[in-house]
Design a binder for this molecule. Structure first.
Ligand SMILES: Cc1cc2nc3c(=O)[nH]c(=O)nc-3n(C[C@H](O)[C@H](O)[C@H](O)COP(=O)(O)O)c2cc1C
Length: 163
């Protein structure tokens, strides 16, 4: 899939077929994440790829709007050390991973991490050392739905030269 098409057609997918995703594909998703831009090239991130069903269920259970993680083939837990731009950096990596998943023919959905009361619990579940921030929980799997989403048009959001 070409990059522009992938960017324009990616949508959050929250239903999965149950088919596993090969480790080399999951590795490629993290590879795409770790190549994202970061402030001062600090690359403050770490990625934990969870595939064990019990662990997926445990993560899903502590979230408020992420119950579908339990049915995903994998959950990529995006963590960052507490740098000035950790959230921007970690978000860049997360978006790269979701677009790469779509380009691989997979579906993915971002489940909130930063600012959530369950962030510490997830960090503990995946064994992260103290001081790490939870950026996102990225549920990944073979899509069992093709969601449509209302999007604001380019003419509505684009301002040439001045707002
Ligand atoms: C920071 C952030 C947090 C999100 N948290 C959740 C979440 O907890 N649960 C969920 O189902 N979707 C979550 N989403 C996905 C959004 O609901 C989704 O991106 C939005 O509805 C637009 O749909 P689209 O991704 O299909 O374009 C989150 C997305 C972002 C960027």
């Amino acid at each position: 899939m070409d990059c522009l098409h992938a960017l324009k057609t990616r949508r959050c997918v929250r239903a999965y077929t149950g088919e596993p995703v090969p480790p080399e594909v999951l590795t490629d998703l993290v590879d795409c994440g770790r190549l994202a831009a970061t402030a001062r090239n600090l690359q403050p991130w770490e990625f934990v790829v969870v595939t064990a069903p019990r662990m997926l269920s445990a993560i899903a259970a502590v979230t408020d709007f992420g119950s579908f993680i339990a049915q995903a083939a994998a959950c990529i837990v995006v963590l960052a050390s507490d740098t000035k731009y950790y959230l921007e950096d970690g978000s860049n990596a997360s978006q790269n991973i979701l677009v790469a998943a779509h380009a691989h023919g997979l579906g993915g959905c971002w489940v909130a991490g930063d600012k959530k009361p369950y962030a510490e619990k997830v960090c503990r579940l995946v064994g992260a050392p103290g001081g790490f921030k939870l950026i996102s929980l990225l549920a990944i799997g073979h899509p069992a739905e093709q969601p449509e989403k209302e999007k604001r048009s380019v003419s509505e959001v684009l301002h040439w030269e001045k707002f």
